[in-house]
Structures are given as structure tokens and as C-alpha cells.
Design a binder for this molecule. Structure first.
Ligand SMILES: Nc1ncnc2c1ncn2[C@@H]1O[C@H](COP(=O)(O)OP(=O)(O)OP(=O)(O)O)[C@@H](O)[C@H]1O
Ligand SMILES: [Mg+2]
Length: 362
């Protein structure tokens, strides 16, 4: 797992904890963030994402632990001295200033010269494609436009780290997708380190260099998007990032090529490595899109379709199996071998490399 960044670490969080009475908002977080990395903090509501971001920004004081920036201890450094750019959920532009005024504000605070400010404001407006809107007031802009300005304002003073807390969550789906591409582009162009908070798994998968999964103030797993998706270490991660089926199984045998699992009255092979012994009781996670569905007899297991849901490019089916229970299957509509109909008898199966053994989970 890529618990360490690919590039040199710029920001380091060590043993960070924050308590609100009995609530452990952060509960011992260790994290290295790489130079120029796009790192996403992903987790359900209340998992500690904003608390961690605010602690990094310096607005929330840690109860335990420390932060360092390029080796320098910044745990007690006030937010303005950290010089990080910030973009929050729901734009928060200054309503009484024009677009240009908003972008110039952090530069005035930092006592830039008027000429330099003017040039930089122009540059930033171009960066987010808002040149034509320099003299508008925030109230005259759409949500997406306001968020672009907020981004330009956060980048105006050339911070080395940009902290973003659900910056796109107030936007509709289409606009959100457009801005995701733009943000990614901007990140590539600028080489600034992005620490990005979201609870949207698709956003996390599509934008990040690495993803940190948080729950109850703890890091459950860190890795590349494809690592987390294909090799989740826990049921929580397998379920939170995408959908999974879970099969209770016992390890019947195995070697380095894989394990023979007995579960739901069936035997099947999981070829991926796992830290388990023979006789261990485990759960096997199985992505719905890895399950093939066909006419009876063509695949290993038998079932009956209980529910279908047509989604355009894909079709979801719930197939009832006597031992596994309800199995969610996600099949590409254009190449599904059967017509999905409730009550239809089908067979289903998967490749040996499809399952993931979740060690220590039953
Ligand atoms: N100022 C505060 N006082 C008391 N409890 C707080 C405070 N700030 C956060 N918490 C609690 O700490 C926990 C983590 O909150 P946090 O805002 O970091 O979650 P989050 O992951 O950002 O959630 P969301 O996705 O809803 O924004 C929650 O249980 C929250 O209620
Ligand atoms: Mg939050």
C-alpha cells in the first residue's frame, strides 16, 4: 500500500488527536503528504475530515500530536503564518467586493504593490476563465462561477498548499463534473499540493493521487485510488468506496497462488494474497461488476433474479442464491447475455482474481 507519497513529503501530521468531550474527532492520525500531491480525505459525515483540514490550516488546535512543514514544526504557528490557500464548501466570497476585489484581498493583506496585484488578479482570472467577470459582484454570479472565484482567491498569493473542503458539494451534478476536470487540470498546471476533502467516492476516485479513508477520527486505509478499490483491507473500505458483496467463508486450503474458500455451501478460489491461515473464518468481498451472469449451466453458481434496475449503460440485478443470500450484480447493458427479468433462473460466477479476502473480519 502506498502509505507514503511518491514525492518528497512536504507536510507531516504526527499522532494528531482532537477531542470534543467524549467525541474523538481525530484519534491518532499519522499522515505524510507529498510535494505537489493531490491527496483526498474521504469519509462519512462526522468522520473528522474537516477537523483534520482545520488542524492543518491552524484554525483548530490539536489536543495531542504535531504538524510539520518541510521539516519545520508548525504545530503552534498561527494560520496566517502557515500561508495555506483555503476553499470551503459554499463559496464564502466577500459579498461587498467585486470579483477582482475578492482576488486582490489576500494580496493587499500581504502588502503586495498595486501593480503586482493588478497583474496577479488578471493572471488568476485567466486561470479560472473568469476574465470577463472582473467587475461583477458575487451575487451576480452562478454557483459554479462563485466557486471559480473562490479558487482564484485561494491561489492568488501562490500558496504551496491548497486546502479544499467539499468545494463542489453545492453544485449540480453536471457542473460538478466539469469543475472536477478543471480542478484536476489546474492542479497539473500549478504543481501546488492539494488536500481535498469530500464524502463523494466518485470524486475521490477520479481526482486523487492518493486517498485517505477516515472513520471515527482514524485513518482506515491510505493508497492509490485503484489500490483502495481493488484491495480494500476492511469491510468498511470495501463498502464505502464502491459497492461490494460480502460472503462469509472459511479458508479450506491454499498456497501463494490463492486460497480455497468454503462459504454459502459452495467452494471457490480467491487468488489474491492475504494474511490468513487454514480454518480461518473470513469475509470475501466481491465487486458487483466482477460477477458474470448467464443462462443456467454456463456459470458455476445458480440463482434467481429478485430485482432489476436499468441504469442506461449498466443493469443492476439482485440474484438470490441459497447460500450467499442476495448477490448484487452490475452488468454492462450492451453485453449482458440474458434478459434481466424478475423470477428468471440464471447462473453466475466470477474469476479467481475477483474476490478479496478481508482478514480479521467475519
Ligand atoms: N466545534 C465542535 N464542537 C463539538 N464537536 C465537534 C466540533 N467540531 C466537530 N465536532 C465533532 O467532531 C466530529 C468530526 O467532525 P468533522 O466536522 O471533522 O466531520 P466531517 O468528516 O467533516 O463531516 P461532514 O462530512 O459532515 O462535513 C463530529 O462528530 C462532530 O460532531
Ligand atoms: Mg466536514
Amino acid at each position: 500500500m502506498n502509505t507514503m507519497p511518491a514525492s518528497e513529503s512536504v507536510l507531516s501530521v504526527q499522532g494528531a488527536a482532537k477531542y470534543y468531550g467524549p467525541v474523538r474527532a481525530l484519534d491518532g492520525v499519522d499522515l505524510e503528504i507529498g510535494d505537489g500531491e493531490f491527496l483526498t480525505l474521504l469519509g462519512p459525515s462526522g468522520s473528522g475530515k474537516t477537523t483534520l483540514l482545520m488542524a492543518i490550516a491552524g484554525f483548530t488546535e490539536l489536543d495531542v500530536g504535531s504538524l510539520s512543514l518541510r521539516g519545520e514544526n508548525i504545530t503552534n504557528l498561527p494560520p496566517d503564518r502557515r500561508n495555506f490557500g483555503m476553499v470551503f464548501q459554499g463559496y464564502a466570497l466577500f459579498p461587498n467586493m467585486t470579483v477582482a476585489g475578492n482576488i486582490a484581498f489576500p494580496l493587499k493583506l500581504r502588502k503586495w504593490q498595486p501593480d503586482a496585484i493588478k497583474a496577479r488578479v488578471k493572471e488568476c482570472l485567466e486561470l479560472v476563465q473568469m476574465e470577463r467577470f472582473a467587475d461583477r459582484m458575487p451575487s451576480q454570479l452562478s454557483g459554479g462561477q462563485q466557486q471559480r472565484v473562490a479558487l482564484a482567491r485561494a491561489l492568488s498569493f501562490k500558496p504551496s498548499v491548497l486546502l479544499l473542503d467539499e468545494p463542489l458539494s453545492a453544485l449540480d451534478k453536471k457542473l460538478r463534473a466539469d469543475l472536477q476536470w478543471e480542478l484536476k487540470d489546474l492542479h497539473r498546471q500549478l504543481g501546488v499540493t492539494f488536500i481535498y476533502v469530500t464524502h463523494d467516492q466518485d470524486e475521490a476516485l477520479s481526482m486523487s493521487d492518493r486517498i485517505v479513508i477516515l472513520n471515527h477520527g482514524k485513518i482506515l486505509q491510505i493508497g492509490l485510488p485503484e489500490e483502495l478499490y481493488n484491495r480494500p483491507k476492511s469491510r468498511f473500505v470495501a463498502d464505502f468506496l464502491g459497492k461490494s458483496n460480502f460472503i462469509d467463508a472459511v479458508i479450506n486450503g491454499g498456497n501463494e497462488d490463492g486460497f480455497i474458500c468454503q462459504g454459502g455451501g459452495e467452494r471457490f478460489v480467491v487468488s489474491a494474497p492475504a494474511d490468513v491461515a487454514v480454518e480461518a473464518e473470513v469475509q470475501v468481498a466481491l465487486r458487483p461488476e466482477r460477477i458474470r451472469i448467464a443462462d443456467p449451466g454456463e456459470e458455476q453458481f445458480r440463482g434467481v433474479i429478485q430485482q432489476t434496475s436499468y441504469l442506461g449503460e449498466r443493469c443492476h440485478m439482485i440474484v438470490e442464491h441459497s447460500g450467499f443470500g442476495d448477490v448484487l450484480v452490475s452488468a454492462p447493458t450492451w453485453k449482458t447475455k440474458i434478459t434481466p427479468e424478475i423470477g428468471r433462473e440464471v447462473s453466475f460466477g466470477w474469476d479467481d482474481d475477483a474476490g478479496v479476502i478481508l482478514a480479521g473480519e467475519k
